[in-house]
Structure formats: structure tokens, C-alpha cells
Design a protein around this ligand. Sequence first.
Ligand SMILES: *Cc1c(COP(=O)(O)O)cnc(C)c1O
Length: 226
Amino acid sequence: MIRENLNTVTDKIKNAAAETGRKPEEVTLIAVSKTKPLAMIEEAYACGCRDFGENKVQELCDKYELLPKDIRWHLIGHLQRNKVKYVVGKTCLIHSVDSLRLAEEIQKEAEKKQTDVDILIEVNMAGEESKFGVAPMEAESLVREVSKLPNIHIKGLMTIAPVVEKPEDNAIHFGNLKQLSVDINEKNIDNVSMNVLSMGMTGDYEQAIKDGATYVRVGTGIFGAR
Ligand SMILES: *Cc1c(COP(=O)(O)O)cnc(C)c1O
């Protein structure tokens, strides 16, 4: 089942990219494996997946220990400052940095471990109360503050779009995130690149690709319902 699902998702990624004149290689699929057992991750790994997303620190750390070391782990869920020490050194990218205090904690831990940490700034594009993320208006100033932390490297922006019936309804949020990243990129802030846009989930990843996503985070579409 996982192999078929992966083929379907990969085809849809290719088609969505082609429709907007983008190369499929510009889009990386993150297989969101939260709540799913090791056996399913191993199956996806056997199909060639190397990027996996988890939203809980404990679960990421447990899976990190037990699975092949060439997996690139993406922390996509909210990160509490008291859990930072467990994940630094294990992630390829932390997608959910939305405050200076959190970034400072990551910096402290990175310095202690003498390592560097790649992150994205999470932006709450639709202004939903229930979601984390900095407001779009505050994103640039947060980027400027975080960019001063020497062991942290901002690679781009991430958003979790609202649950909608039609994926087109999220085009506005994806388009606005893309525009925000273009605007910030034009400021040429030291130690900041805006090459990554992490947006789109099972319900709307094709739309997100049309609007410029470079990472799509797909769970249900690969592993089935949770
Ligand atoms: C769970 C989750 C996903 C994947 O959601 P699906 O709808 O199952 O594809 C993507 N991004 C984040 C941040 C998540 O927590």
C-alpha cells in the first residue's frame, strides 16, 4: 500500500510542478510518519524515502535511535523550549521556529554541542487562533533577530494552512507566504536564505506546489489515516 501511495503522490508532485513550469526536483516530499510504526517507515525507506517528518520531540528521538542514520528528520510540530536539548543534533531542519526565545534556546544548545542548526520560520498566514507561528507582519523582524544567532541558519519559511474543502482556497495563503519570502529575500539579510518554502499537506500539496512549495509534508496520503 505504501509503495502505491508513494507512486501516486510522486506522480502528482511531478504533474503539479510541470503545470507551472517547475522541475519536479525543486520539490522534496517529506513523508510525515507521526504516530506510525517503525515497520511503515522502513517500508517507505525501502522505496527510497529519506525525508521524514515528525511533530513530537519524543517520537522523533525514539525513531531516530532505531532507524537508519541517513534519514533526514524534519521536526514539523511545535517545539517547546524545554525540549530543545533533545532534538538539536538530530534534525535536518526544524520547521517550527516562531519566537526569538525559542531560537535563543536552540542557539544555546547548538553552541554547547558545537553544531549548527537549520531552521524555518513558521508563519501563521491565516491568523488562526489555534495555530502557532508568527504573524506575517512580524516575520521579517523575527528573521532579523534570529539571523544574529551564529549557530542558527534560516533557510526559509513554513506554514500550516487551514483545513479547507477545496485546495484552491489555500492558494491565497500559499501565494502570500511565497511573496513574503521574496520580500525578505530582497533585504539580503546576513546568514539568511529564503530558498525553502515548506507548505502543503495531503489535502493541498498540489496547490502548494503550484504556488512555489519546495517541501511538501504528506502523511495521510502515504501512510493512511491516523
Ligand atoms: C500531520 C502534519 C502534516 C501531514 O498531514 P496530512 O494531512 O496527514 O498529510 C503536515 N504538516 C504538519 C505540521 C503536520 O503536523
